[in-house]
Design a binder for this molecule. Structure first.
Ligand code: ZN
Ligand code: ZN
Length: 485
């Protein structure tokens, strides 16, 4: 049993270890009886994370010491009994596991293909999980630095969302593209951070993380914010606010007091059961999830009703102007024309109009192949035109160059369907009848137009080889939103 004096001494020592101005955990309950003080760097790094035992940023001996002292739970990366389950991404679909004769363990071993992009881990590899989470408490010093104003619609939704989150209640925020969703989130995030909660904003798209990160840094000051996406640096400190692609969630477990899933309907989140489970495992068991989207799936709408979540709806853009309505224009045999190295006439006319009027533009293509066929033809007309797709390492730069008016326009796959905002942008979809263009994708694409208050309108055209139901649905939904008050 420790005496009061030695406890105080230890507390003073502890305080001296802790940098004053950062978001710090309170270790006192943990250290009181064990007589061992975990290093802040270790606690900050591992709190809420699930990590490979052998690949941490710390010396292996140190990690082993902490494991021996009971600070970590260790677990096999792939559980084999009673059935195969990946401990990292919770995938349990048998066809996503590979069994092989393993040189390390000299047995038949299994690894999960589903989360292999985060490094291959097989059944004889170990993951470690920090156990000390119950001792955490923040001294949050978050400073809210946002000078903007919310419209009455935004304000109502922002208050409703913040109320749900404070009550640990799930919430669905349905807001048209351009409603100013990010600003609507500020209140809920700010209140959670102020209450010392750890918050995660997850989105399926890297582009969205990249767009939100600088804005969040501006608005939420004096706290550590991390942006996590494939290829991002691994930050060792503890972040009270984490922005992550849904894939990066695999690295966390019971970490967050509030989860916000932005663009909740976007691929791959909708289709991927394992990703949905990852969202559930990432948050603490009683932490609420807020889903934010312009195009909720029927499943999400049903869940909202049956499970009695909070709900907010905004049919108006922040600037009050209606959503641009897509027009349909036939572009028969466009594929054949492009294969013969010709830009179909109507598309060419559209392109020249943009160039003459000096309007930036995005042209969406259904496949990378078709887009790459078209790119040199467009470049012959205007050399600054470029194309982007999901694997393009220069994607960020190219979008930035379009925004800075160094490029006239971009050809793109659906990768740019959401998250990006370019002043006065005009948009065309080539091959709008292709099945990749679902009604929600088409609504999102149309939502790129007219977002800026100085340019609240613009052209959105669906060039097609036959009108589909999805195209009709997209247009009808937009018209319906415009009728709302
Ligand atoms: Zn093995
Ligand atoms: Zn996995």
């Amino acid at each position: 049993m420790l005496t009061t004096t030695s406890k105080n001494k230890r507390y003073r020592l502890l305080k001296s270890l802790v940098p004053k101005d950062s978001d710090i955990l309170n270790y006192t309950t943990h250290t009181r009886y064990t007589g061992f003080i975990p290093e802040p760097a270790i606690v900050n790094f591992f709190n809420g994370r699930i990590w490979s035992r052998l690949h941490t940023p710390f010396p292996q001996q140190k990690i082993d010491t902490y494991i021996n002292r009971g600070y970590f739970e260790t677990t096999s990366a792939v559980n084999t009994a009673p059935k195969l389950i990946c401990r990292r991404c919770l995938n349990e679909q048998p066809h996503k596991f590979v069994s092989f004769h393993c040189a390390k363990c000299q047995k038949v071993c299994h690894y999960c293909r589903h989360c292999i992009t985060m490094g291959r881990m097989c059944s004889c590899d170990e993951l470690i999980l920090w156990k000390g989470t119950e001792t955490r408490k923040f001294k949050s010093q978050v400073k809210f630095a946002w000078a903007g104003n919310l419209t009455p619609y935004q304000k109502k939704a922002a208050d409703e969302l913040a109320h749900s989150i404070s009550q640990n209640r799930n919430h669905l925020l349905e807001a048209v593209c351009g409603a100013g969703k990010t600003e609507i989130l500020f209140t809920a995030i700010q209140e959670s951070l102020k209450a010392g909660k750890r918050v995660c904003v997850a989105t399926p798209r890297t582009d969205v993380v990249l767009e939100l990160y600088p804005r969040f840094q501006q608005v939420f000051q004096k706290i550590t914010i991390h942006a996590l996406y494939g290829g991002a640096e691994n930050n060792a400190e503890f972040a009270q606010l984490v922005l992550a692609t849904t894939h990066q969630l695999y690295r966390f477990e019971h970490a967050f007091d509030a989860m916000i899933v932005d663009e909740a309907d976007a691929f791959p989140y909708t289709y991927d059961e394992a990703l949905q489970r990852a969202v559930l495992k990432t948050k603490k068991p009683d932490a609420p999830i807020a889903f934010v989207t312009a195009t909720p799936s029927n499943k999400l709408l049903l869940q909202q009703k049956t499970e009695n979540w909070g709900y907010s709806f905004i049919a108006r853009r922040f600037h009050g102007h209606p959503l641009p309505v897509p027009r349909f224009q036939s572009l028969w045999n466009y594929e054949k024309a492009l294969q013969k190295n010709k830009i179909p006439q109507k598309l060419q006319v559209w392109l020249y109009q943009r160039l003459q009027q000096n309007e930036p533009f995005l042209i969406f293509f259904p496949t990378i192949e078709l887009m790459e066929l078209a790119t040199p033809l467009f470049q012959k007309i205007e050399s600054t035109i470029e194309s982007v797709h999901s694997e393009d390492p220069e994607r960020k730069e190219k979008v930035l160059q379009l925004r800075n008016e160094q490029r006239k326009g971009l050809l793109t796959t659906t990768i740019l369907e959401r998250g990006i905002t370019i002043k006065n942008v005009q948009v065309a979809v080539v091959g709008a009848e292709n099945p990749v263009f679902t009604s929600s994708a088409l609504i999102q694409i149309s939502g790129r137009v007219g977002r800026n208050i100085q340019y609240p309108t613009g052209d959105i055209v669906f060039f097609h080889h036959g009108i589909t139901m999805e195209m009709d649905q997209a247009r009808n939904k937009i018209l319906e939103m415009n009728r709302h008050e």
